[in-house]
Unconditional design. Structure first.
Length: 202
């Protein structure tokens, strides 16, 4: 008896349903953490596309421009809204640009050496811009958290599959960039990020 033709289409849709559910949860989470502010605009967008970015990067080792590049427009809208609602927020904009530039510099150097993809560079840059718009300590912590998580997974892969490591199996870094940004934002809202960066600088 032939299998119903709708079964493959249902199976193909299941990952997207799961991504949509996770995206809604992430949007609700960042809304709760940041409260009503125009700076939410880029965070809403990033939260909405994060599950698909992770899914695609893990499966295909790429971060599609069609998902990453609109985040820059969302950041511009958020930054403009912040300035319109609070003309004294030029400091937040300056922090945002500095953080975005720092992320681009670090990730660009790694990309130049072949240790990072162009998608990671673009995603990291917009994450730096978005983090800097709401919290300087979060922007400082995000990359170290991302690199620590990525390194831990890479070590685990090498231990579990030495042959794969010798063949140069790469680890997708997009998920760790997103995790680092989310974790740093959560720590910042709890005041932990400021305490950590203050202890380091002091």
């Amino acid at each position: 008896m032939p299998r119903p033709t709708f079964i493959p289409s249902v199976r193909a849709a299941l990952p997207h349903v799961g991504c949509a559910v996770v995206a809604l949860a992430l949007v609700a989470c960042v809304s709760w953490m940041l409260g009503p502010t125009p700076a939410l605009i880029p965070w809403w967008y990033l939260a909405a596309v994060t599950p698909w970015l992770v899914w695609i990067d893990v499966r295909e080792h790429r971060l599609p421009n069609r998902l990453v590049l609109p985040a820059f427009a969302a950041w511009a809208l958020g930054a403009g809204g912040v300035l319109l609602t609070s003309p004294a927020a030029w400091g937040a904009l300056a922090t945002s640009l500095i953080a975005g530039g720092a992320f681009a510099l670090v990730l660009g150097a790694l990309a130049w050496w072949g240790g990072m993809g162009g998608g990671d560079l673009k995603l990291g840059t917009v994450l730096g811009l978005t983090l800097g718009l709401v919290s300087a300590p979060a922007a400082v912590l995000a990359l170290p958290v991302a690199f620590a998580c990525g390194a831990a997974v890479a070590v685990g892969v090498m231990v579990a599959s030495p042959k794969g490591a010798r063949r140069g199996r790469s680890i997708p870094f997009g998920p760790w960039l997103l995790l680092g940004a989310g974790a740093a934002l959560g720590l910042a809202r709890g005041g932990i990020a400021a305490a950590v960066t203050g202890a380091i600088s002091g």
